[in-house]
Write a protein that binds this ligand. Sequence first.
Ligand code: PLP
Length: 415
Amino acid sequence: MPVFTETAALDVLRRQDPELAEVVLGETARQADCLQLIAAENFCSPAVLAALGSPLANKYAEGYPGARHHGGCELVDVAERIAVERAKALYGAEHVNVQAHSGSSAVLAAYAVLLRPGDTVLAMGLPSGGHLTHGSPANFSGRWFDFVAYGVDPGTGLVDLDEVRALARAHRPKAIVCGSISYPRHLDYAGFRDIADDVGAHLIADAAHPMGLVAGGAAPNPVPYADIVCATTHKVLRGPRGGMLLCGAELADRVDRAVFPFTQGGAQMHTIAAKAVAFGEASTPAFTAYAHQVVANARVLAHTLEAEGFAVTTGGTDTHLVTVDPAPLGGTEGRTARGRLASAGLVLDTCALPHGVGRGLRLGTAAVTTQGMGEAEMARIGVLLSGVVRDALDVRAVREEVRDLAGRFPPYPAG
Ligand SMILES: Cc1ncc(COP(=O)(O)O)c(C=O)c1O
């Protein structure tokens, strides 16, 4: 039995609200029973979940440690100070704001610091892997700022810094954003900094995806190069759902004011305590080994998928992310493939493709690596994925094999 079906807190929920308990238990079982290959997801530790489900959730705490608008903040102040100090040490940052409620909130705050409505911003276009906050017309960013998009090379899938520089020189943006929801390679932060300096722009690194790898020393750190780094705490980093901003001392006050009171209200102290726990976990040698295993697993997955006939964007990966075009496997489009894979218990997302035709599949190895899976399991998962997409394997048989595999690597093994 997974540990979270046995907690006293769940017993209370079962007794008081069986309808909701059923949802929570059902979702817990679903997560343990399928393979979670969504690149933005992970399993946070029981300690992180304990902080999230603690009475810190009751506390109102507008402001910052030592300067709150509410009384009774002595202990949550300690939690926030610990979170900030741990994150500063982890990333070598002069200042960290851990109050951002999400990655999007962190980006909103970064824009509030460095931009004014109507300013020009150069960011990766959404069809190439930019996030909604990088200029989508459906998002505040696209409405309030004038976004210019750089892309990726349609052939290689790689960012072309010559293109970025040419666009920067032509449009003179106030800020350049580097970061993506699906780019599987390391970004050249020094190269982006050089271009930003060339045109007098600020550099914002939206490192939501790689920041956990950075913590484990498995990806380059954007902190020395960007004016502000935005991140989420819930992807490879394995913390609670949330955001953070990292910057130099000179922007510290402006970043803090951009989060509270400019774009947010009271801090969520249970989440901040859980972030502190996650930063503590991410400082350990075990996390360093985990981060490197995440990348090793993604490389095997990419290699297997390529051998199976998928077109792997950029020919591989440096990170936890693998994006592929399933079309070479009998013309299957990404959305169809995702549906078939879901029935086999293989849960993943679709994504845009560099050549812009159809949808691809985006996979990540953070969650399955947390479960303890290694290269052998990745190779098998790649073969199963291919068999399901090309309709060469019986989906029910794959579902059974996936259930068996997931069962051998429970995300929350009994204590
Ligand atoms: C690059 C990037 N920026 C921002 C976000 C937004 O994070 P959230 O969903 O926490 O708002 C994401 C989420 O995946 C992301 O990948």
